[in-house]
Design a protein around this ligand. Structure first.
Ligand SMILES: NC(=O)C1=CN([C@@H]2O[C@H](COP(=O)(O)OP(=O)(O)OC[C@H]3O[C@@H](n4cnc5c(N)ncnc54)[C@H](O)[C@@H]3O)[C@@H](O)[C@H]2O)[C@H](O)CC1
Ligand code: K
Length: 494
């Protein structure tokens, strides 16, 4: 099992293309399925201990992986049962099914086991689990004694349309998962749309998801990601590359004997009508490691190391400023507009957040000839770039191209996109981040990274990583002030 940091993220079509490239070299789908099933069996064996395993197999190749895993687990001496949604439909799944010599139960009749493995649907799911072609299972007379048949006897299941009063696939999956001590999804929890991260049906929340060959958008994007539990990647010998990757731990410069406050990076924060927000951004820039932070405008309280000045064109003209943060607490009045205008024409690299995003349009941002990082949450994103049904990765990527800026599309599934198409996706850090001021902290942290002369995409990624790591360290019920302070521990851990 491989961790997911820095791994390429492939859509269903990209994954199929990567598999096809391997198949073109003479490796059959059956061989890939054998690798997948063997890797799954190895992982399940390590997790299952002496407990019985129940594997749910669907009609496609995800189900095929399940049959192979069942066979390999049985060969290892693990107690394993199989329950199927329907007969396998693909050639590879049929051949995997033929290799499983034990009985096959119907999904509706399957009794729970301590370890549940969901191999119903993976990247091929196109519609809700119980829509149109998920018949509620009727056991035919030929099938009635299936479990008592000798091993290897072909099983003939017959299927009838769903009828009122019978259990749905979703219900079966939920009740088996609830009864299990450990639930494991193969490739993806069944019910999720691979590319958009939508839940076509609501799966149970799995303890673990074993991603096959590559991480897919649904492992990271909401709402899908919340159903995956811990995610591990299994190698199936399919080389993968992608412009989209899982966010990874940054490598940041540390001060040396020749360092001074300006080599560490100078950040300027422009204040506005709500000084608490700009103060938080300033504190975050300091705790993320900036050498000098100045706040232009009103400010209150500590820290004493923060250099406070009235806002002026003179203060803004300081050519040592390596990153200028505007937006936290700015307001949207005429004074805010004037400060924004001064920031845009200052020539400094910019982090544009909060209210400032509401005062701009993509064309104006595109016309700037300095590095720009935008940090919208979904409401700000919709106003700036328009609403859309496209997935979050596509939206962030298109926005970055449109504004010629790095776009940090925030949320529980933050997507960071560059105009050249590169994308980094952050696994959810902490649901406790949903509190006022955490966005201001992020803007300040990114400011520190950009002032340290990181490439703008790397600066945005490093800021998001530090922010997430700080949140994880804090546990529950923290406030934005705590988060800004905790950036120090996050930074010190690198
Ligand atoms: N392709 C390979 O070389 C390998 C794939 N692996 C595994 O295969 C799945 C993807 O397999 P696929 O057959 O394309 O899709 P699924 O098994 O997810 O779906 C099966 C099939 O079902 C149809 N379908 C879609 N939605 C529904 C629905 N709601 N009800 C009923 N039927 C539905 C759809 O037409 C699909 O064709 C991947 O996740 C891996 O697990 C292996 O890794 C080996 C190599
Ligand atoms: K699955």
């Amino acid at each position: 099992m491989i961790g997911i940091e820095g791994q390429p993220v492939l859509t269903a079509a990209e994954m199929r293309a990567a598999e096809d490239a391997v198949i073109a070299t003479g490796v059959s789908v059956e061989m890939l399925m054998e690798r997948a099933g063997t890797a799954i069996a190895g992982a399940v064996r390590r997790l299952a201990g002496a407990n019985e395993v129940l594997i749910l197999c669907g009609p496609g190749n995800n189900g095929g992986d399940g049959y192979v895993a069942a066979r390999v687990l049985a060969e290892m001496g693990i107690a394993v049962r199989v329950a199927a949604l329907s007969e396998p439909k693909t050639d590879a799944a049929k051949s995997a099914r033929a290799g499983w010599l034990g009985p096959v139960e119907t999904l509706a009749a399957a009794k729970p086991a301590p370890i549940l493995v969901d191999a119903l649907f993976g990247t091929g799911l196109t519609r809700p689990l119980d829509a149109s072609t998920t018949p509620t299972l009727n056991r035919s007379p030929a099938d009635a004694g299936a479990q008592s048949k000798p091993l290897g006897t072909p099983l003939e299941l017959s299927w009838a349309p769903a009828s009122a009063g019978e259990r749905s696939v979703v219900e079966c999956l939920h009740s088996l998962a609830n009864a299990a001590q450990l639930s494991i999804a193969i490739d993806l929890p069944s019910g999720l749309a691979t590319d958009s991260g939508r839940a076509l049906s609501t799966p149970p929340v799995f303890d673990l998801t074993l991603a096959l060959g590559a991480i897919k958008p649904a492992h990271l994007l909401q709402p899908a990601a919340r159903y995956c539990g811990q995610i591990h990647l299994l190698d199936i010998g399919v080389p993968t590359v992608s412009q989209a990757e899982v966010l990874k731990t940054p490598s940041l410069p540390t001060p040396g004997p020749d360092s001074h406050k300006y080599t560490r990076g100078m950040v300027a924060i422009i204040a506005g009508t709500m000084s608490g927000a700009s103060d938080l951004a300033a504190l975050a820039a300091m705790r993320a490691g900036a050498g000098y932070v100045t706040l232009l405008g009103d400010s209150e309280g500590p820290p004493h190391a923060l250099v406070r000045m009235p806002f002026s064109d003179y203060a803004l003209a300081n050519e040592r400023i390596g990153a200028l943060v505007i937006g936290p607490g700015l307001g949207r009045d005429d004074a805010a507009k004037a400060r924004l205008e001064a920031a845009l024409t200052s020539g400094h690299p910019l982090i544009i957040d909060g209210d400032a995003l509401r005062l701009l349009d993509p064309d104006r941002i595109k016309a700037l000839d300095v590095p720009v990082i935008l940090t919208p949450h979904s409401g700000e994103f919709d106003v700036l770039f328009g609403k859309s049904n496209a997935d979050k990765i596509t939206r962030a990527r298109e926005a970055a191209t449109r504004a010629n800026a790095i776009v940090v599309f925030k949320g529980a599934d933050t997507v960071i996109a560059a105009p050249d198409g590169r994308v980094r996706i952050a696994p959810g850090a902490s649901d406790w981040l949903s509190t006022a001021g955490t966005g201001d902290v992020l803007a300040g942290a990114i400011g520190a990274m950009l002032a340290a002369r990181l490439d703008p995409l790397d600066a945005a990624c490093a800021g998001v990583w530090l922010h997430g790591d700080a949140a994880r360290r804090l546990g529950a019920a923290f406030i934005a002030d705590d988060l800004a302070e905790a950036l120090r521990s996050a930074r010190a851990s690198l």
